[in-house]
Ligand binder design. Structure first.
Ligand SMILES: Cc1cc2nc3c(=O)[nH]c(=O)nc-3n(C[C@H](O)[C@H](O)[C@H](O)COP(=O)(O)OP(=O)(O)OC[C@H]3O[C@@H](n4cnc5c(N)ncnc54)[C@H](O)[C@@H]3O)c2cc1C
Length: 422
């Protein structure tokens, strides 16, 4: 037996770091943080293109996805209101944030993700948390006396009065999260709701739009047959392997899960097929024979995309608007206003910003994030069954649940104060 702790935090990602700060600042006794990567917070470092989109400027629980009770999700998310989270970053951690007007995202004024990661580690250390990087927790069990035993590579066996798991999901395994924590929880008898990559680019093999790679535009995308017909508006990007950008990422889980037959439709200029049809018809009447269909469509879309859609519709670009056959017009309007995205696959966890599914929210206490079946075990972050759209929502979830679990662990240790150690 080499180490004895009051609290072990497993995982120094967004949720684990916030949890370690809030537990350690309450003076819980010896707090060890085990983190498998060499310095922790690897996802914070790559987030927001290296700038870290710390928070959104508005937060609506209805934008989140869970297979658990939306009400449980709501309570957990709003346990730390957005304005207070922002104040905490700016006033307590001394990380001023700036709003990016076009996207509604909050970034550190420094525009450096490293600044965020380093301040979180520093704050946890200042409160006494003891970090062990390149240490991986491979096993966890609760002994009959209620204490926890962890198998830590390379340290060996560690005993602790409480454990806080914040090991993330399965997304971007290169950052250290490979689902070990979820496997541990399942081994302890917890329910793990189906896992799937979310916020990940979609692909097709062969990619039908490979020649459009690099084109980006603002679109409206909808899943017309999925429950509640989710619709998003924002950036869309053609890639060499398929499609990405905020709209694609935000609806990718619907495709991946085959909801509404996985059908995703794009309105390339926000207008519906009916609106396009009317516009083309009216233009034909107003502008006379001189304006070709190609020129008209190119005014609304990037030229190469316009040409591609005309080609797919079998419409010669030089067709005069005034003599545009109705069947051709309707076919083109359908592709302009309700384009069925021909995806056949996805980039999976390799590029997924988050993992869908996870620990059933019904199995954690809604005010402490303590396992209902295993007292002394606290959970936070992406391993819980919830994710939000891109734009800072997922960090908001990680910060809120990390804080609640850290405080919950501190309260637990205070209530079960046995002189510490175990
Ligand atoms: C490319 C990319 C960009 C993103 N950008 C944004 C953004 O700008 N804004 C936003 O809100 N969200 C963003 N996200 C999502 C956000 O990063 C996650 O929601 C968030 O990091 C989840 O935090 P977490 O602490 O729960 O998990 P993680 O950040 O995955 O942290 C888990 C930690 O646990 C460690 N670990 C795992 N298993 C073990 C083990 N057995 N023993 C020891 N350590 C272990 C891992 O090494 C890791 O450090 C992005 C994600 C990606 C992939």
């Amino acid at each position: 037996m080499r180490e004895v702790a009051d609290l072990v935090v497993v995982g120094a990602g967004a949720a684990g770091l916030m949890a370690a700060i809030h537990a350690a600042e309450r003076g819980v006794g010896r707090t060890l943080v085990f983190e498998r990567s060499r310095d922790g917070g690897r996802k914070i470092l790559i987030s927001g293109g290296g700038r870290c989109n710390v928070l959104p400027s508005r937060l609506d629980p209805a934008d989140f996805v869970t297979a658990s009770s939306p009400n449980s999700l709501r309570k957990l998310l709003l346990s730390w209101p957005l304005a207070e989270q922002r104040r905490y970053f700016e006033k307590v951690l001394d990380i001023p944030l700036a709003l990016e007007e076009e996207t509604g995202k909050l970034f550190p004024v420094s525009n450096k993700a490293r600044h965020v990661r380093d301040r979180l580690v520093e704050a946890a250390r200042d409160h006494g948390a003891d970090f062990h990087f390149e240490h991986s927790v491979e096993g966890l069990r609760q002994d009959p006396d209620g204490l926890w035993t962890l198998d830590v590579t390379p340290m060996g066996t560690v005993r602790s009065r409480a454990v806080l798991l914040a090991t993330g999901g399965l997304s971007v395994p290169a950052t250290g999260s490979d689902g070990t924590g979820l496997r541990i929880l399942e081994g302890l008898g917890h329910t793990i709701h189906d896992l799937y990559p979310a916020l990940t680019p979609l692909t097709a093999d062969p990619p039908p739009h490979g020649e459009l790679a690099g084109i980006s535009l603002d679109v409206t995308m909808t899943a017309p047959r999925a429950p509640r017909r989710p619709t998003v508006r924002g950036g869309f990007l053609f890639t060499h392997r398929g499609w990405s950008g905020p709209t694609v990422l935000n609806l990718s889980h619907i495709a991946i899960r085959g909801e509404g037959e996985g059908l995703l439709e794009v309105r390339w200029s926000h207008e519906s097929a009916e609106e396009w049809d009317r516009r083309l018809r009216d233009a034909g009447q107003e502008e006379g024979a001189s304006v070709p269909v190609g020129g008209f469509v190119r005014r609304a879309l990037p030229q190469r995309l316009a040409d591609r859609l005309l080609h797919e519709a079998g419409v010669p670009p030089e067709t005069p608007l005034a003599r545009f056959p109705r069947a051709d017009r309707e076919r083109l309007s359908a592709l302009l206003g309700a384009y069925p995205l021909p995806w056949t696959g996805d980039e999976g966890y390799r590029k997924a910003e988050v993992t869908g599914g996870g620990l059933a929210l019904a199995e954690v206490h809604p005010k402490r994030l303590e396992s209902r079946s295993h007292p002394g075990l606290f959970l936070a972050g992406e391993l819980l069954d919830a994710f939000g759209p891109i734009g800072g929502y997922n960090f908001a979830w990680a910060w809120a649940t990390g804080r609640m679990a850290g405080r919950g662990a501190a309260d637990y240790l205070r209530q079960h104060d046995s002189g510490g150690g175990g």
